[in-house]
Design a protein around this ligand. Structure first.
Ligand code: PA5
Length: 407
């Protein structure tokens, strides 16, 4: 497996980890049993998905042939997975630009996007599991008339709209059936933040030119690997134990400039799955080495309420050598490795618990492994903590209050 962890610098005894392994084993069995609610994502890459893959690839080809711009309207789990992958991964095939809308209520951003849509041949993809999220519905209503104007009628616009939503429920499903939009579904037993390997994540990635077959293969490798019982469970155990020992915050430190949005995806995954009943590590992200020069001081000597998870990509896709100066002859990768080792040494000696996650390189296959690793780790940590990883009552209450005010 290309994803590996190191828990040597967590300050946790091997015995403590070992003692929790039977419980994590049971949690994994529960996830795989198919009997737990909202665990449809577990078996996605290892079987259930194959039939849909061809459909997504063909649809992506049709979009690329027809359009200059693909606008994805979605928020939370209905956009973060796609956005993060598009930012992180190399593009293997010809793709077209993907623009995200409906993930904020900022007039200026809407205005810029609307102006762009007016100038380009656009296909719209609206993604909402519930079909009723305010930001998404609002964006959809703003953009639909632009397509009707450009293509001459609502019927012509409808041919350029793809809706990804629940198979049966919700206002978006009703409208899709009525207007005849091209459609795909997010299965009923998969929640928003676990939906990155459904069409919600994969279609925008494919349109952008990402090798989604390799990404799914990577996820399947992780799902079928023996590391399930060790690396993956151990990261969950460390997160759980460090919380028990009083840590309140997890700094997820991304040692690659293209992983910033993966950090946003992780924050949603961990925050919504674990932040319940007054508990859960507060997930927050940093990018290294950039943030060492803003937050480095706090990490080293500030209030020690946190653990660190350091995500390192070991091999760059290309080598660059420093031509002159004190580091002449060294590669950037060597300097970056020294940065990582230096951080670990400095923070370890300050008593900060650090989990390292290493991947060999940032490609679609390893990224698929990583996504699956993180989803499963998160679910297990929540199960160890005794909270339901798959609901989000806090998000629902904000949505309900906003609806009340607007109605
Ligand atoms: O994880 C979740 O379920 C949520 O955060 C949703 O992804 C988010 O609220 C968007 O919901 P929907 O896809 O129903 O529009």
């Amino acid at each position: 497996m290309n994803i590996r962890i190191n828990t040597d610098n967590t300050g946790i005894d091997a015995d403590e980890i070992e003692a929790l392994r039977p419980e994590t084993g049971k949690a994994l069995d529960r996830l795989w049993s198919g009997r737990e609610a909202m665990t449809g994502w577990v078996q996605l890459p290892t079987g259930r998905y194959e039939e849909e893959l061809e459909y997504i690839l063909n649809l992506a080809d049709a979009v690329k042939n027809e359009a200059e711009l693909f606008v994805v309207i979605g928020i939370g789990g209905s956009y973060l997975g796609a956005k993060a992958a598009i930012e992180a991964l190399p593009k293997y095939e010809r793709g077209i630009p993907v623009k995200f809308l409906g993930n904020n209520l900022c007039t200026d951003y809407f205005w810029e996007t609307v102006e762009e849509i007016k100038k380009k041949k656009t296909i719209l993809c609206v993604i909402s599991k519930s079909g009723s999220t305010m930001e998404v519905r609002t964006a959809f209503e703003i953009v639909k008339p632009l397509l009707a104007e450009r293509y001459g009628s609502e019927e012509e616009a409808a041919k350029r709209i793809i809706a990804i939503t629940d198979a049966e429920k919700g206002a978006l499903r009703e409208e899709t059936t009525e207007k005849g939009y091209t459609t795909m579904t997010i299965a009923d037993d998969i929640g928003g933040r676990y939906s990155v390997l459904t069409p919600a994540g994969l279609l925008p990635m494919a349109v952008c030119g990402i090798d989604i077959r390799a990404l799914l293969e990577g996820a399947a490798e992780m799902a079928g690997s023996p590391e399930w019982d060790t690396d993956l469970a151990d990261y969950a155990i460390c997160r759980y134990l460090l919380q028990q020992k009083g840590k309140e915050v997890e700094f997820i430190e991304l040692c690659h400039s293209r992983l910033g949005y993966l950090g946003e995806w992780i924050k949603q995954l961990y925050g919504e799955s674990e932040g319940k009943e007054g508990g859960g590590l507060l997930p927050t992200t940093l990018t290294f080495s950039t943030d060492l020069h803003s937050m480095g001081q706090y990490l080293q000597q500030g209030r020690q309420i946190f653990m660190e998870t350091l995500l390192v990509v070991d091999e760059p896709s290309i080598q660059m050598t420093v031509p002159a100066g004190p580091q002449a002859g060294k590669t950037l990768a060597e300097i970056s490795e020294a940065m990582v080792k230096g951080v670990i040494e400095a923070h370890r000696s300050a008593g900060i618990p650090i989990v390292e996650i290493h991947m060999d390189r940032l490609d679609a296959r390893e990224y698929g492994q990583l996504l699956y690793f993180l989803e499963t780790t998160c679910a297990i940590t929540a199960m160890l903590s005794g909270v339901n990883p798959f609901d989000q009552p806090g998000v629902e209450s904000y949505k309900a209050e906003m609806h009340k005010l607007l109605d």
